[in-house]
Ligand binder design. Structure first.
Ligand code: ATP
Ligand code: MG
Length: 507
């Protein structure tokens, strides 16, 4: 084992601007090897931007960075790597090459280097080195598998293994737990602790799931509006409520008051709906006008499959979807939209939006008919007006409606996906984990808009693995386990505990 010498990293007076946006304003951030740091803040506060300064992506920063007291310039990703800094980005898919094997992905640097120098590649060595990198983290994945076959959690492990293989001193994890199940999160925490404590890596951990910070982080830095507003060691007397108030800059009541809405007749009815590949089986449920139906289940229980089958994105082999008594079982999302269903999908970057298009175009794309004039031309002014209303209602942080979506922070992109479907006129709205990566304040805004839909007599399906959200917003809930519904509850007479009990198959 190499000597556990202490390395320090210090960012001083860091500022950065993008056209129309001051993304960082005089930020200081300090860390040392072997410790785990939480970096917290509302969507768009500047967390990812600050870490992209460290990783050499935001090379136009002003201010100074010191490593072990020596000033360094981080003006490219290559410079960052050479200084021992690695980052695992918010969108893991972007960082991996899906068609290549696990080994090739872990060993990319070595391979690129060898090929650049036209050196011979010994594939046995490549595979065994990649295998060792995974084994060192206690992870068991066959290195010959193509990355496209891996689960999100496995992809993350591949990224961690390749970062750790570089023997980095500082590692940044940007919202690694957002898509993970509880067990996967625990496994990730084990690896993170191992890297910090055994390999002496300094780790920055970004997350919107605040309670989990207490499990692994020793220090917390809270950002708001491009600045650091609080920087302290985590102590047992620090509460989530306090963190939230620093982060939002206002009082925040943790208890959510749900609006009461009159519930009408049955709007949507599923009768024994079964997906062609058996990913969900015999799902029967009803949604009444004005009702918010929770679909509770752990990651992998079949919630996404259910949402997609109702929406026609996955084929059903038997069973029906009825809207106001009429069989409308959609064969495609196109049909579903025509039959007045809307789905806010889980994997936003893949299916929710077009990242190179402006915000207003993304928000209005599924309701273009609303913006036509007499001559059937789209009236941009109307699109702008509606987009601006959504920007305001959801608190989307963007300099204007014409900003390219890719330039928005991760959580704000998610809000655009939600906004897009709120604009579309539908009778039944299906939300699949809509608050993933969204900060606690924005979560409230989304809840309010969903309640407004219910108040207008729409039907809502809200699928989530965060049972506290189901308890807060749903009237009734169905619990899913292994592709089927195992329990129906009236939310006011149920508890998170009960949902958890049934979602684990009654264990
Ligand atoms: N390349 C860019 N061009 C223009 N604006 C940008 C760019 N990168 C970031 N921004 C802006 O800088 C601000 C900070 O964004 P950042 O991604 O750092 O937020 P964040 O704290 O990571 O939020 P989230 O929790 O949503 O991921 C946002 O207003 C964002 O739109
Ligand atoms: Mg971010």
């Amino acid at each position: 084992m190499e000597a556990q010498s202490k390395s320090t990293l210090s960012m001083r007076d860091i500022s950065i601007e993008f056209p129309g946006v001051k993304a960082l304003s005089h930020v200081d951030f300090n860390m040392e090897s072997g410790k785990i740091y939480a970096l917290i803040g509302a969507n768009g506060a500047g967390k990812s931007t600050l870490m992209k300064v460290l990783s050499g992506v935001n090379s136009h920063y002003t201010g100074q960075v010191f490593i072990n007291g020596q000033e360094v310039e981080i003006r490219s990703p290559k410079a960052a790597k050479e200084l021992g800094i690695e980052i695992v980005y918010q969108e893991v898919d972007v960082a991996l090459t899906p068609t290549l094997s696990v080994a090739e992905n872990i060993m990319t640097n070595v391979l690129v280097n060898k090929m650049g120098k036209k050196q011979f590649v010994n594939w046995n060595n490549i595979r065994s080195s990649a295998g060792e990198a995974l084994a060192r983290l206690g992870v068991d994945i066959d290195v010959r598998r193509p990355v496209s076959d891996l689960s999100l959690a496995e992809k993350q492990m591949v990224l961690l293994a390749s970062a750790a293989r570089e023997r980095c001193k500082f590692l940044v994890l940007d919202e690694p737990t957002a898509p993970l199940s509880n067990t996967e999160t625990e496994n990730l925490f084990k690896v993170v602790r191992f890297l910090a404590k055994e390999e002496n890596v300094g780790i920055v951990f970004i997350s919107h799931r605040l309670p989990e910070l207490f499990e692994i982080c020793e220090h917390i830095t809270i950002m708001r509006d491009a600045q650091v507003v609080k920087d302290m060691d985590i102590s047992p007397d620090l509460s989530v409520k306090q963190i939230v108030e620093f982060m939002l800059g206002r009082k925040f009541d943790e208890v959510y008051e749900k609006k009461t809405v009159a519930i009408g007749d049955v709007l949507l009815e599923l009768d024994k709906l079964t997906e062609a590949e058996g990913r969900i089986k015999d799902i029967s449920l009803t949604v009444r006008a004005g009702e918010i139906i929770g679909i509770a289940g752990l990651v992998g229980a079949g919630k996404t499959e259910l949402c997609k089958t109702i929406f026609g994105a996955y084929r059903s082999s038997s069973g029906t979807v009825k809207l106001q008594g009429v069989d409308i079982t959609p064969k495609s999302p196109f049909q579903a939209v025509k039959r007045r269903l809307a789905l806010v999908p889980e994997e936003r970057r893949k299916e929710g939006v077009i990242v190179i298009d402006p915000v207003y175009a993304n928000i209005t794309i599924s309701a273009l008919h609303k913006f036509l004039n007499l001559f059937r031309f789209v009236v941009k002014r109307r699109q702008f007006a509606v987009a601006n209303r959504m920007i305001k209602d959801l608190g989307i942080k963007t300099p204007s409606e014409t900003q390219i979506l890719a330039n928005l922070s991760g959580g704000n992109q998610q809000k655009v996906v939600v906004g897009k479907w709120l604009v579309a006129d539908a009778d039944v709205y299906i939300f699949d984990e809509p608050t993933k990566g969204v900060d606690v304040g924005a979560k409230r805004d989304i809840f309010k808009l969903i309640e407004d839909l219910a108040a207008q007599g729409k039907g809502v399906i809200y699928a989530s693995c965060e049972f506290s959200e189901i308890m807060a917003i749903a009237d009734r809930a169905y619990v899913m386990y292994d592709g089927g519904i195992v329990k129906e509850v009236t939310v006011s007479q149920s508890s998170e505990k009960e949902l958890l009990y049934y979602s684990t198959g009654g264990n």
